[in-house]
Design a protein around this ligand. Structure first.
Ligand code: F0G
Length: 456
């Protein structure tokens, strides 16, 4: 039996329980888009694992001595020492969250017409690549597209496809290879060290920069330790360091494995690139010793980056998610295999075969989880990834109709997870009752955040 989490609860926050009628009214008023719900209408919030974790007593104690000096704050140096020691990068730039780092890095490194290649770009990452005028290209490995396959490293990039691209006619257009660890866009699946090493070699021989989108660097390291030969005796911190060593730099949203509610950073080796990014940082985020963060945020992050690589913490988090995965599959709902750590991805297409992709089965399942249990989560299917005509009709469906249950760090207990599994079991008993949705209005980019829908 795995050990329980290596912490106990010191501060609690009440969560609301609305009646079914109140939930139906709230979802209707939200235009059937869970992003528009108010937090006080939600019982269990699995929308994101980003900035939603609980901080520790040690983090809050550190925050109390946060130094808010405009330049050169003590808190900055504590943060810098921690990030430099963890990653080994000689240059570190703080940013208020991951996408700010993406905007600064891509705006500096990528030219219009270039290609940024990834195992899978996260949605804001994709948007920031395209806003820089470059093209975002995903090359996930073939195993990633078999949702039921138990392969250990389905977050890998397709090395053959990458090699063909780099030595083919478009090879000269590749301006960056960005490996997302873990692969949030495709099932929270980890990337192996062997895959990262191979990418590094290819990038070296074609003289292409290789960066990590390392939002979940500690969780990826844990999976490497559990699953990849030769890593069983290495600490998660050492494994993470080996990954950082392979790359030319990184962007990190520290709202995940920084164990804090806000923050991010860019890590760089190249002096000239650092100077250009720093200029843009100062113009748009803040001075280079705070980058849009308060001193108390930097303090929480410095402590969080130590706590997150604790093997006992990572083991308990992996066990909690795996346990929720087991309860959900026993309830008759398939998930992307194997279970990730920061999220589970429900196979809504398989659960609701009576709905066509144009009726958004993933979105329907997400809405039903809210209607039946006050549980909020996010669709990752045709609503998010499909292409539409200007009448909001689906033209090309997404490859899969999924729902992501993201698991905030150190927040929910076993009883909360049992409640989620029971709510899903209730849906799985009579899935035919679930209706589809149609789009009423959409924004021009990043559709899923602001789209409004109506039930069919
Ligand atoms: N990269 C990855 C892999 C992410 O998962 C995220 C955010 C970002 C970059 C952007 O970071 O939010 O700090 O600006 N993911 C969150 C999620 C929002 O729910 O998966 P950010």
């Amino acid at each position: 039996m795995p050990l329980p989490p290596p912490y106990r609860i010191k501060v609690v926050e009440p969560i609301p329980f609305l009646s079914p009628e109140e939930r139906a009214g709230a979802l209707d008023a939200a235009g059937y888009n869970p992003f528009n719900l108010r937090a006080d209408q939600i019982t269990i919030d699995l929308l994101s694992d980003s900035g939603t974790g609980a901080t520790s007593a040690a983090q809050e104690a550190a925050a109390a001595v946060g130094d808010e000096s405009y330049a050169g704050a003590r808190s900055w140096f504590r943060f810098l020492d921690e990030v430099a020691d963890l990653t080994g990068y000689p240059h570190v730039l703080p940013v208020h969250q991951g996408r700010a780092g993406e905007r600064i890095l891509f705006g500096t490194l990528l030219d219009p017409g270039q290609i940024c290649v990834s195992n899978t770009h996260f949605d804001t990452t994709h948007a920031n690549v395209e806003l820089s005028g470059a093209e975002a290209l995903d090359l996930p490995c073939a195993e990633a597209l078999d949702l039921d396959s138990p392969e250990p490293f389905k977050g890998n990039i397709d090395l053959d496809a990458l090699a063909a691209l780099l030595s083919g006619p478009d090879g000269g257009r590749v301006g960056l290879v960005l490996m997302t660890i873990t692969n949030n866009g495709l099932g929270a699946q980890p990337v192996s060290m062997a895959n990262l090493r191979a990418v590094r070699e290819m990038c070296r021989s074609h003289d292409v920069p290789f960066f990590l989108d390392a939002a979940r660097f500690a969780e990826n390291a844990w999976f490497v330790r559990e699953r990849e030969d030769g890593y069983q005796d290495r600490s998660p911190r050492e494994i993470a360091r080996e990954a950082f060593d392979l790359a030319d730099g990184c962007v990190i949203s520290l709202k995940k494995d920084g164990l804090a509610s806000i923050g991010g950073c860019i890590g760089l080796r190249d002096d000239a690139l650092h100077a250009r990014c720093e200029a843009l940082l100062i113009a748009t985020e803040g001075f280079s010793t705070y980058g849009g963060l308060a001193g108390h945020d930097l303090e929480r992050l410095a402590v969080g980056l130590r706590e997150v690589v604790d093997p006992a913490y990572l083991a308990a988090r992996a066990a909690a998610t795996a346990n929720l995965a087991r309860m959900i599959t026993e309830a008759g709902v398939d998930i992307i295999q194997p279970a990730g750590m920061h999220a589970l991805y429900l196979n809504a297409g398989r659960l609701l075969p009576h709905l066509t992709p144009a009726e958004f089965p993933g979105h329907s399942l997400g809405c039903q989880l809210y209607l039946d249990g006050g549980i909020r989560c996010a669709e990752l299917g045709s609503l998010y990834l499909g292409t539409m005509d200007d009448q909001h009709r689906l033209v090309t469906a997404a490859p899969f109709e999924l729902v992501r249950l993201a698991i905030p760090r150190r927040v929910y207990t076993q009883e909360h997870f049992e409640y989620v599994a029971e709510t899903l079991a209730g849906i799985a008993k009579d899935p035919e009752r679930i209706k589809g949705y149609r789009i009423v209005s959409t924004p021009p980019i990043l559709r899923h955040f602001k789209v409004r829908l109506a039930p069919l």
